[in-house]
Design a protein around this ligand. Structure first.
Ligand code: PPS
Length: 304
């Protein structure tokens, strides 16, 4: 793997995540591949809530919303630990944790909120069998790509992006960790017709967070006073989360996330892609996008 001299180095014994290997044709971090049997055979419980996203689509944001809902708007409770330590990713292991997240998930008391970047066809079958509720957050491809690029720059657990142009090519051909954005969003979109899935869009949360919170509450069959909902809107806004060390990932060791290179909560705005795409790149991307998304009813907005 190419090393980026800008990046802090992970201590040697912890450098497990960095290579990407295929599982069923989908590139996954090596820590997912190594634990694949355990991950795929994970035993879900009926009251597990699954948060499924392609990377950089608003996972941390929705997690904060869900945590606030689960804790009835108690901000102090939501600051009990940093985002990564509050709820596990099913398929990931982080160098600062003693255990793989799948083991943390197994031991976690219910009610559990479990995150995953897995495409719908690789999800542990017990999640479907137990009829777990799934909240899927999707974000437009261009902003997702830009965010993923900057994340690869600052996260030592991922391979370095060679150049912006090459990174774009890798995104379009589905070579990045978790594979094709196109297949991922379409796969979950189709799955929503067969399972208990609430599919929401990053751009819609941004446009009207309160409306999304209401949808989530309805999906979870929960009610909260309007005052608490207003509190959740405020606490989970970009500006507030950006200053919250338990939500902005600054409490994660800098050898994992180097915020001097790029912030985890970076722009938080639909449309930032315009600051990165050239006209030529944009035309090429749009043409490719049209082919990949032909025949689906799934549509995104790329600015608000
Ligand atoms: S990860 O690493 O896959 O879990 O990343 P993820 O949390 O899915 O996505 C990170 C991007 O989401 C933005 N974000 C937000 N945007 C708006 N409002 C709020 N509250 C918020 N919280 C996180 C975050 O800034 C990343 O996007 P970019 O475009 O890089 O800023």
């Amino acid at each position: 793997m190419a090393q980026n001299s800008e990046k802090a180095q992970i201590p040697e014994k912890k450098s497990l995540l960095m290579n990407i290997l295929d599982v069923d044709g989908v590139p996954l971090p090596i820590v997912s591949k190594e634990m694949w049997n355990k991950i795929y055979n994970f035993q879900a419980k009926p009251d597990d809530l699954i948060l499924a996203t392609y990377p950089k689509s608003g996972t941390t944001w929705m997690q904060e919303i869900l945590d606030m809902i689960q804790n009835d708007g108690d901000v102090a409770k939501c600051k009990r630990a940093n985002s990564l330590d509050r709820y596990p990713f099913l398929e990931v292991s982080f160098p600062h944790k003693e255990k793989h997240d799948v083991d943390i998930a197994i031991e976690m008391p219910s009610p559990r909120i479990l995150k995953t970047h897995l495409p719908s066809h690789l999800i542990p079958p017990s999640i479907w069998k137990q009829k777990c509720k799934v909240i899927c957050v999707a974000r437009n491809a261009k902003d997702c790509l830009v965010s993923y690029y900057h994340f690869h720059r600052m996260a030592s657990i991922l391979p370095d992006p060679q150049s912006w142009e090459e990174f774009c090519e890798d995104f379009m051909s589905g070579k990045l960790a978790y594979g094709s954005w196109y297949d991922h969003v379409k796969g979950w979109w189709d799955a929503k017709d067969k399972h208990r899935i609430l599919y929401v869009f990053y751009e819609d949360i941004k446009k009207n967070p309160k409306c999304t919170i209401h949808k989530v509450l309805e999906f979870l069959e929960k009610t909260l006073p309007e005052e608490t909902i207003n509190k959740i809107v405020y606490h989970t806004s970009f500006d507030v989360m950006k200053e919250n060390p338990m939500a902005n990932h600054t409490s994660i060791p800098s050898y994992i996330y180097d915020h001097t290179i790029s912030k985890f909560l970076r722009k938080g705005m639909p449309g930032d892609w315009k600051n990165h795409f050239t006209v030529t790149m944009n035309e090429k991307f749009d043409e490719h996008y049209k082919k990949k998304m032909a025949g689906t009813t799934l549509t995104f907005c790329t600015e608000i």
